[in-house]
Design a protein around this ligand. Sequence first.
Ligand SMILES: [Zn+2]
Length: 103
Amino acid sequence: MKTVFGDGVTKEDFEYLLQLVKRETFKKREWVKRDALLRGDGALVEFIGQAYDSNVLTFIGKGWEEDRCELCECDLTLGCVGMTSDGRNWFCISCYETLRGVS
Ligand SMILES: [Zn+2]
C-alpha cells in the first residue's frame, strides 16, 4: 500500500485521524487566515477566543497564515481548498478521500 503520510505522522496518528473523519462531519471549505497570538519567543498560538494576558501575548489579526494537512502535511494557505470539520483540523482533498475510503 502506497503511503501518503507526512514524516511526523505515525500509525497511531493515522488511526486517530481515521476515527476523526468517521466521527465528525467534514465540509469542503476555502482556507482563510485566522487570528493569532504571538508569544514572546516568536511562536504563534491560534486565537480562538480564549482569555490571554496581553503582557505576555500580542494579538495579531489574521496572523495565522497557514495550516498543514493533518495527514500528508502539505501546506494549506490562502486560496487553498480543503476539508475541515471545525475550521482548525484540515485535510487536503486527496487525503480526506483516502481516509473516507479506508473501512
Ligand atoms: Zn493531505
